[in-house]
Structures are given as structure tokens and as C-alpha cells.
Design a protein around this ligand. Sequence first.
Ligand SMILES: Nc1nc2c(c(=O)[nH]1)N(C=O)[C@@H](CNc1ccc(C(=O)N[C@@H](CCC(=O)O)C(=O)O)cc1)CN2
Ligand SMILES: Nc1nc2c(ncn2[C@@H]2O[C@H](COP(=O)(O)OP(=O)(O)OP(=O)(O)O)[C@@H](O)[C@H]2O)c(=O)[nH]1
Ligand SMILES: [K+]
Ligand SMILES: [Mg+2]
Length: 437
Amino acid sequence: MLSSDSIFAPATGYGRTAVAVVRISGPQAGPALASLIRSPVPPARRLSLRILREPATGELLDHALVAWLPGPGTATGEDMVELHLHGGPAVRAAVLRCLGGLPGLAPAEPGAFTRRAFLNGRMDLTAVEGLADLIDAETEAQRRQAVRQLDGALGRAVEGWRVALLDVLAGTEAALDFSDEGDVDDEALTASGRAAAARVRDAIEIALADGRRGERLRDGFTVVLAGAPNAGKSTLLNALARRDVAIVSEIPGTTRDAIEVRCDLGGLPVLLVDTAGLRDSTDAIEAEGVARSRRRIDQADLVLWLREPGGEVPPPLSAPVLVVATKADLSGLGAGGEIPISARTGAGLDRLLSEIERIAGSSLGCGDALVTRERQRLALERCVHHLDRVVVNGAANPAELVAEDLRLAVRALGEVAGRVGVEEMLDRLFASFCIGK
Ligand SMILES: Nc1nc2c(c(=O)[nH]1)N(C=O)[C@@H](CNc1ccc(C(=O)N[C@@H](CCC(=O)O)C(=O)O)cc1)CN2
Ligand SMILES: Nc1nc2c(ncn2[C@@H]2O[C@H](COP(=O)(O)OP(=O)(O)OP(=O)(O)O)[C@@H](O)[C@H]2O)c(=O)[nH]1
Ligand SMILES: [K+]
Ligand SMILES: [Mg+2]
């Protein structure tokens, strides 16, 4: 699967930047550097100042810091080169054009460097997923969770469980192979093997009993602002976003499309959604807006139900609800249990935000979850299923069945780490990276 071609790509952003880094990986990396600097590669693993020239014509391209990084002790496990260029778009384009003209070098697809790191055993699949999340992380809690996974928190746990189960499996297979030789325990599973399988199962169950906060933290927490027309939803959205995102007017039925604002609440990713005020309307467009509101309310992690003085109380909803008494500058306080605010004066907004942050925090955690994707969860659940059969029936079942369940449990852990059975998802995962990663 790994082509012997060498790849290159810009590793830094587009446009004008102070410095632009171009990375090359593969057997042609060293020769490519040598031809750009028209001399042997500089000392390994150091940045050296060199003059880059067009290989064919000798035309001056740039003064650059270059690094020669011989494999296998590199990010991809292959020979690598980094060119730290001046960050103009034309400098970068000229260097990329020269690289494309060299033999055995091709522009990298998105995620191609990370794919090579994975295929060369430099990273397991959980680390790759952690890296994807790290690049996408927009808040502190997301960053913390992603970098922990890149660092191997899940990978190490899974490998520890796998090694423990392989040990139990070896004992069971010995019982199978030599059951007539007399010197090996005849039973499919010794008491200590069974206890070891139970310990692994319990540890996995603890990791799974996390309320899915790792997955939720990647997705973010959705807060829907709902209520009757003119309750003050759009005014509140603008106040929380500190921007004029939604149209506000004294005309009921102003908002039609749902309006989304992403924000960072104490390190947590929160999506605020303003919606059309709920009422029966004969206006077809407003009615469609109300239908959209109801769908967003159904999918919300938290609904802020806004009611102006004397306004409607919330209908029964499946999501948790905070009732917000709006326009407190006109009416004074709302009823007990409601959070009084005035978007006009700003009164009560801090308290409202800290309530949202508290509820989001208990749903998303702070980045300490081990399981961060459904893919991992499903494989771990499958592992637990097979271990349950081993632990519960181990003494009664024939050795063949016990061994098969142990093998399937080990295989499920191998899937989490990307050792087996994941070929189909790799293309999708790597395509989610940017070019140059
Ligand atoms: N300039 C630059 N900065 C970068 C990267 C890069 O490739 N280039 N990275 C790329 O994403 C990240 C760092 N990740 C890296 C991971 C492993 C190795 C590496 O060479 N590992 C070897 C040697 C380790 C050592 O010297 O201790 C190894 O693990 O054997 C390099 C970078 C972030 N910053
Ligand atoms: N005095 C006062 N007026 C407010 C406050 N919040 C909103 N209003 C006014 O209430 C009216 C309706 O506000 P909107 O934010 O458009 O209400 P909405 O809930 O988004 O309305 P629809 O989009 O039509 O459902 C506007 O005239 C706002 O200026 C407040 O805190 N105090
Ligand atoms: K309005
Ligand atoms: Mg509105």
C-alpha cells in the first residue's frame, strides 16, 4: 500500500506569513534537498542556513533554514527534509514547482504524512485520531483531550489490556494443544486466567461508563434559545455573542432561519442557536421557521426557554430546560427558579453564562475521557461482550469456545489501535486532515 514515491507539501498556512515550512518525506527527500542547495545535505537534525536555487537553471529562489532528518527517527519514519522559507506565496509556489519537477517526488494528499507515520508504526490509530482532533480543537478542553490521546492515553490502556488477554489466551491454547499430555492444566481457563479476564473487562467497563463525554466534547454542546415571538431571543443571542448577528425588532416573527454562534465557555465548545419564536402562523415562511425551531429544540443539549413578563411557560421538552425571565429592566424579577436577565442592561447575563457552563461541563467533562469516538466505543463494547462470556462461562465451556472468545476480545482491542480490520475507515480518516499533515 505504501508507495515508494516521496511526497512534499507546505506544512504551514497559505497567504503571507513570516515563515512557510515545506516538508518532504521519503527516499528522495535527501537528494531533493541536495539538488536545491547544490551541495551535500547539511548535518542531520539541525537547522542550517542555505541558499536555495532552481535545480535546472541555478536561479536564486530563497535564503532558507533547512533541516535534513534521516529516517527512521522521524515523524513519518522515513527520511525527511524541512525547508523553512520566507513566507510569501510566490516563494512557496516557486519552491513547490521545483520540487514537483524532481524525479520521484509528488505533491502529498491530505493526511499523507500521518498515513505514512501510521503505516510505519510510528503512531497507532488512536494517536492518529488524537492528532486529527488536536488540529480541529477550538477550545482548551478539546485541546486537552486530543493531546492526551495523541500522547497515547487510550493507546497505552488498550495495549495493556491486549497483552493481558494474550497471556490468558496463551494459557487456554496450551490447554487445547496439550490436553492429552498430562503436564498442562486440563481446564480451559485457570482461576487466575479467569480473574485476569475479569480485571480487563472491569477496567474497560469503567472507561466506557463516561456518559460519552469524550465524544460529546468533540461535537460541542448545543444550547437552543426558544420561546414565544418577541421573548427576546435574538437580543440575548447578540448580547452573549457580543456581536450583532441576529436581526432584532419589535415585530413578532422576526427570526425565521436558525442562527448559530459558536463560542468558548470556560474552555468548553458551546453552540448557541437562536430560533424562530414558537406560535401557529398562517404565514408559510414563518411556519417553516417554527418547524425548524422545533427540530432544533428536539436535538438540543440544553434549551433556554425565554419568557418576557407574563409570557408563555415552557411546554414539556425532552432536553433539559433553563427558564430565563427576560426584560428584567421592565418587570423586575421573574418567578422563583427562573433566571432573570436584561439583555438591554446586561443584568443576569453572567449568572446565565455560568449556569450554562456548569451544565455543559457536567455533560462534556474537561478533557479527561479515554474514549473519544464511537468507533472506539463499539470495539470496546464488543471486547466486553466476549470477555463476559469468558468470565461467566469459562469454567463450563470447552477450551475451543473460551479460546475463540478470547481471540475475538483481543481482535476488538486490535481494532481500537488500528492493528486489524480498519482498512475501510483509513481513507476517510486521513482525508479529514489538511494537506501537509
Ligand atoms: N518543524 C516542525 N514542527 C513540528 C512538527 C514537524 O514535523 N516539524 N510536527 C509534526 O507534526 C509536530 C511535532 N511532531 C513530531 C513527532 C515526531 C518527530 C520525530 O522526529 N520523532 C523521532 C525523534 C524524536 C526525538 O528526537 O526525540 C522519533 O520519535 O524517533 C518529530 C516531530 C509539531 N511541530
Ligand atoms: N426593555 C427590554 N427590551 C428588550 C429586551 N430584550 C429584547 N427586548 C425587545 O424586545 C423586542 C423583541 O426582541 P427580539 O430579540 O427581536 O425577540 P425575539 O424573541 O428574537 O423575537 P422573534 O424573533 O420575533 O421570535 C425588541 O423590541 C427588543 O428590543 C430587554 O432585555 N429589555
Ligand atoms: K422580534
Ligand atoms: Mg428573533
